[in-house]
Design a protein around this ligand. Structure first.
Ligand code: BT5
Length: 325
């Protein structure tokens, strides 16, 4: 979608005001039509002041992730603007992406929401998803892949997100936690929920759902998250445009996913190990009906975590939570 020409003109004025008459003239509109467009821009969150005889002045831009905003930033060939689906409020982007995938939506389709009412974590847990401040999105992928290895895509996404945050946005203090978290100074900044539909030998589709705490304040989250969640805003003490985080992630993901399909899991494993502190650390492994302590030894060539228990036994962790001690 094209950007609003009045908005482009106000941006181009770089802090200067443009008179209504001039805008009307340049756009080939009446002054009343210009005023109407300005009103609708204000409604979407743009700060535009108007002084009698002084013209219109753009003073602030909202933190939008609408198709119009993202169209300029989606430069790759996988997540193209025509595959971008935006919802202001939805139950869960994973649930919506699943419906689209069942209907045949193609690889590279992305469902983005400004707010989720039933954001999902793993194992029936919930993901806190307040409006206007964070990122909640789901990618539809259709890789030719043995379903046994589909969980490797969680690690591809973790590497891509860590690369976007550390590389493109220069955030320090990040760590990848097996299998699905990005931590910032030890607290959860982002989570990944991978779901799939498959038969024994073939993947039909994979939904990769990602939540990133960008401009939210942990103090506004429910009490039980105060000690465990992190946001970029709290860390940097300034807002980061959500569109930049999303665009950086999608570009990184396209690169890492491409490498994964071409070269296999080895390069992902190397990048993951380079960005994670878990190897060599004491950990607690929480499984559905068992919990034990040990030392994380390595990530095996398939992406599972190898943990040596206190009693010397070597375990391959294929699911569950691994918490650093
Ligand atoms: C996850 O689950 O970390 C996966 C989260 C995936 C969320 C995205 S948002 C877009 C897409 N659509 C969805 O419906 N979901 C995906 P898990 O490892 O089970 O962690 C869940 C736990 O993280 C919760 O039980 C809380 O303790 C904590 N938590 C909940 N909301 C959080 C938040 N906003 N920030 C940090 N921690 C949170």
């Amino acid at each position: 979608m094209n950007e609003d020409p009045i908005l482009s003109r106000l941006r181009a004025a770089e802090g200067g005001a443009v008179s209504g008459a001039k805008l009307a003239d340049e756009m080939g509109m009446t002054r009343a039509a210009v005023w109407k467009r300005i009103e609708s821009l204000r409604k979407t969150g743009y700060g535009i002041t108007s002084k009698k005889g002084g013209g219109y002045l753009l003073t602030s831009e909202p933190d939008l992730i609408t198709p119009e905003t993202m169209a300029q930033l989606l430069k790759g060939s996988l997540f193209t603007p025509d595959r971008y689906r935006y919802l202001t409020k939805t139950d869960s982007t994973n649930a919506q992406a699943t419906l689209l995938a069942r209907d045949g939506a193609e690889e590279g389709t992305i469902v983005v929401a400004d707010q989720q009412t039933v954001g999902k974590g793993r194992l029936g847990r919930t993901w806190e998803s307040p409006p206007g401040v964070n990122l909640y999105f789901s990618l539809i992928l259709r890789p030719t892949l043995d379903p046994r290895f589909a969980s490797q895509l969680t690690l591809v996404a973790a590497v891509a997100l860590a690369s976007a945050l550390a590389g493109n946005l220069q955030v320090e203090g990040l760590d990848i936690k097996w299998p699905n978290d990005i931590l910032l100074n030890g607290k959860k900044l982002a989570g990944i929920l991978t779901e799939m539909s498959a038969e024994p030998d073939a993947v039909h589709y994979v939904i990769l759902g990602i939540g990133v705490n960008v401009n939210g304040r942990v103090a506004d989250y429910p009490e039980e998250l105060h000690e465990i969640a992190a946001t970029l805003y709290d860390h940097l003490d300034r807002t980061t445009p959500r569109s930049n985080v999303l665009a950086a992630f999608l570009a990184q993901f396209e690169t890492w996913y491409g490498r994964y399909l071409k070269e296999g899991f080895a390069p992902i494993r190397n990048a993951w190990l380079a960005q994670s502190n878990v190897v060599g650390r004491p950990v607690r492994v929480n499984l559905l009906n068992e919990s034990y302590e040990g030392t994380a030894q390595e990530m095996d060539p398939e992406g599972f975590l190898i943990v040596k228990r206190g009693n010397g036994r070597i375990e391959k962790v294929v699911s569950g939570d691994v918490l650093p001690l």
